[in-house]
Design a protein. Structure first.
Length: 246
């Protein structure tokens, strides 16, 4: 079943109005017909609104509400992925898979070892692209919200943004003690917010790691092997998803 996002104001009692680019997608790409059922989310209340297509107009798809699925698809905790900017198009894959795994926000981080250097114009274009990927992934995975992709932050800005979060982790190749990692992941409780800091290719510089430790961000190991930047964050997200949904 296809899923679409609308603003809360577009859900009016038992009438739901879809506008924007989704109209063309429903009418001309999916070629859906009157009476077919779709799922709609408003990105706020984690409900799934099941509705049937009633009418096509010039710029709208008008639907009637059939029932509301109260149990949403969101994790019981909000996970924030602070991702060091990787090379090439790896960020697109990271955003897509992180959304599928339940991340709440993605924060691109311009760490010192990042090969990619984005000026303001390029950063804005890239962020727009990543947000589009996040929305498509949210629809595909039946999410109740579209995870936010922030504008690029410095490591200092990222650490400050994470300051109020309950659990803050930074995988680090010099960290050991897998038992400690298991305890931290296993100790995450529903309702807690979790920040995960992932370095770019080459990892974070020692000074960045030291600053993170001084800010109370916990170093963890991901095992004996060195993982690529596009693998490391998804590994932690998978562990967290298992912990929170098991």
């Amino acid at each position: 079943m296809y899923q679409f996002f609308v603003e809360p104001s577009q859900i009016q009692d038992k009438r739901i109005v879809i506008t924007g680019s989704d109209v063309n997608h429903i009418k001309n790409v999916l070629r859906m017909k009157i009476g077919e059922e779709i799922a709609v989310s408003n990105g706020v209340d984690n409900r799934e609104y099941r509705c049937g297509i009633e009418e096509f107009t010039e710029g709208e798809v008008i639907c009637s509400l059939r029932f509301i699925k109260e149990e949403g698809m969101e994790l019981p905790s909000r996970i924030y992925l602070f991702q060091g900017l990787p090379k090439a198009d790896k960020m697109e894959l990271i955003v897509q898979k992180a959304v599928e795994l339940g991340v709440y926000e993605v924060i691109p981080v311009a760490a010192k070892r990042c090969v990619v250097k984005l000026d303001e114009k390029k950063a804005a274009a890239k962020t727009g692209r990543w947000r589009g990927i996040a929305e498509a992934a949210a629809k595909q995975s039946k999410r109740g919200v579209i995870p936010k992709v922030h504008s690029v932050m410095t490591m200092k800005e990222a650490a400050a943004y994470a300051q109020s979060m309950d659990v803050r982790l930074i995988p680090y190749e010099l960290a050991q003690d897998m038992k400690h990692t298991k305890e931290l992941i296993g100790g995450v409780k529903p309702g807690q917010s979790v920040a995960v800091f992932i370095g770019p290719e080459g990892g974070f510089e020692e000074s960045e790691v030291q600053a993170a430790l001084e800010a109370g961000i916990e170093p963890v190991t991901l095992g004996r092997r060195i993982l690529r930047t596009e693998t490391a964050g998804l590994t932690v997200l998978s562990w967290l998803m298992y912990q929170l949904e098991s």
